[in-house]
Ligand binder design. Structure first.
Ligand SMILES: [Zn+2]
Length: 491
């Protein structure tokens, strides 16, 4: 017969006793990985550091036989690895089959994932140290190339790219492995990974407002740094496309209004009964004046009157994630349209994880939505769920929630990034949604407001509406980032 777990004092969660028999230096990291799993599974951990009278449910530590029903072994070399701030080598990653797909395991041996005898189960992969590696973006922390306001982390260096698992939320899979182990030895009928709404998958929506009035006739200015990099042949092609676009712009300009375009996007969402979070640029000294919209009183008024305040978040400039003074100055600007602003995302995704979260924490920002790759859709920190990033210098979780983004429109359509033809992108992303619906979790999509402009982006705005309609048909919980933050904080 399976054992029962006891409920916490307030009756809301099942309690799990975990014994950590590990090097002292690794205790904060191991607790952090366990707490991330327990938050997803709505369990309450109690940690022990030596053998005692209490019944221990999970043993994590150096190899030894114990009475615990679940055992996960680790090795002294793993603790040394983190002390020495090493980078995990691709050749040491073990790929093992779980639920029909190959999942990467670090700090582990070849062989089965589980061994199960009588009423004990061993998880034969170190899913604790592996989860820590991904959640802390350790590979970015230990990268040899400096990450600056001029240079992002190189996606091509990541294990996700090298071993081709960017679209698999590996930490979610480790959590599923952990759940399987629990269900083999405990009565787990009360454990649920479902969202509060009883739906298996969540879809959160956001827009970065990089331009206001993007459709003006002065369109010819380059819209992205990447446009400078194209070769001669695409430049010729681009010039003729640009001429056509400019001609269409001129035809449209007498009827054009930035407010009307924005209204149309918001009204479409309203019709579908969904809400999104808008990240507004707070820097007002860009060379491209279309970005300096918060200088304009009428635009400010528009956001104050037409958008729910809680849905306005802070889109920090390229330097804001590196420089606290710049962050603070821009935050003051954004507070004019939302005095209680909680969310942040950095423009062009320029950030260095440790600096980003220590600055955000200091500024009192509650959640961030910058963790995602620009060059591919998927999971930069290994998980689809919101999580608390880890402060490596001070050995503790940051007090800022990360709501990782999964797919950005630009990643799919930009010539410098995936550059997918529209219908191929639509099929690929729909397939990705179908896969995520089976395993459960969270997808966050980021669509720029100018992507809805037909002249510049043709059908790409439609993909956003297609994905929302797909989610509605498939019983997905659709929310803004603000709602996601509120729910996660309460759970
Ligand atoms: Zn931006």
């Amino acid at each position: 017969m399976k054992s029962s777990l006891i409920l916490s004092d307030d009756g809301s969660k099942l309690i799990i006793n975990v014994l950590l028999n590990i090097d002292k230096s690794f205790i904060p990291q191991a607790e952090y990985a366990f707490r991330t799993y327990f938050k997803i599974l709505r369990l309450q951990p109690r940690f022990f550091y030596e053998f005692c009278q209490e019944e221990i449910h999970i043993y994590y530590g150096l190899k030894r036989e114990t009475e615990s029903k679940i055992q996960i072994y680790c090795d002294q070399s793993t603790f040394n690895f983190f002390k020495e701030k090493k980078q995990y080598e691709e050749k040491n990653v073990i790929m093992s089959l779980f639920g029909g797909e190959y999942i990467p395991f670090l700090f582990s041996q070849q062989g089965d994932i589980f061994t199960h005898n009588k009423n004990r189960v061993k998880i034969r992969k170190d899913i604790v140290a592996s989860a820590f590696y991904f959640l802390s973006c350790w590979q970015e922390f230990t990268s040899k190339k400096p990450i600056t306001v001029e240079q992002r982390y190189d996606y091509h260096e990541s294990l996700q790219y090298l071993l081709n698992f960017t679209d698999i939320p590996v930490v979610d899979r480790y959590c599923q492995i952990f759940r399987v182990a629990l269900s083999l030895v405990f009565d787990t009928r009360n454990i649920s990974t479902n969202w509060k709404t009883d739906k298996k998958l969540a879809l959160s929506l956001s827009h970065d407002v990089d331009y206001w009035g993007y459709g003006s006739v002065c369109y010819n200015k380059p819209t992205m740094k990447t446009e400078k990099k194209k070769d001669k042949s695409t430049e010729l092609n681009n010039n003729s496309t640009k001429r056509i676009k400019c001609f269409l712009r001129k035809l449209k300009s007498p009827f054009y209004s930035a407010e009307k375009e924005f209204d149309s996007m918001l009204n479409h969402e309203k019709k579908l009964s969904v809400d999104s979070t808008l990240f507004l640029l707070a820097k007002t000294s860009y060379d491209d004046t279309r970005r300096n919209y918060l200088n304009d009183e009428s635009v400010k008024k528009y956001f104050l009157n037409k958008v729910k305040q809680k849905n306005i978040a802070f889109h920090g400039s390229e330097s804001s994630a590196f420089d606290f003074d710049i962050l603070k100055k821009e935050l003051d600007e954004i507070k004019q349209v939302n005095p209680n602003v909680k969310g942040f995302r950095t423009h062009y995704l320029y950030f260095e994880y440790q600096k980003l979260f220590s600055n955000l924490e200091k500024a009192g920002i509650q959640y961030d939505a910058s963790i995602g790759f620009r060059k591919n859709y998927g999971f930069r920190a290994g998980t689809s769920y919101p999580f608390y990033p880890f402060d490596i210098v001070n050995n503790r979780p940051f007090n800022v929630l990360e709501i990782p983004f999964t797919i950005m429109d630009t990643t799919l359509n930009s010539p410098a990034l995936l550059n997918l033809p529209y219908f191929l992108a639509k099929n690929k992303i729909t397939e990705f949604f179908e896969k995520m619906a089976k395993s459960g979790g969270h997808i966050s999509i980021l669509w720029h407001n100018n992507t809805f402009d037909f002249i510049d982006f043709r059908l790409w705005g439609q993909l956003y509406w297609h994905l929302i309609k797909w989610a509605k048909r498939n019983d997905v919980w659709i929310c803004s980032l603000h709602e996601m933050y509120e729910i996660w904080k309460e759970s």
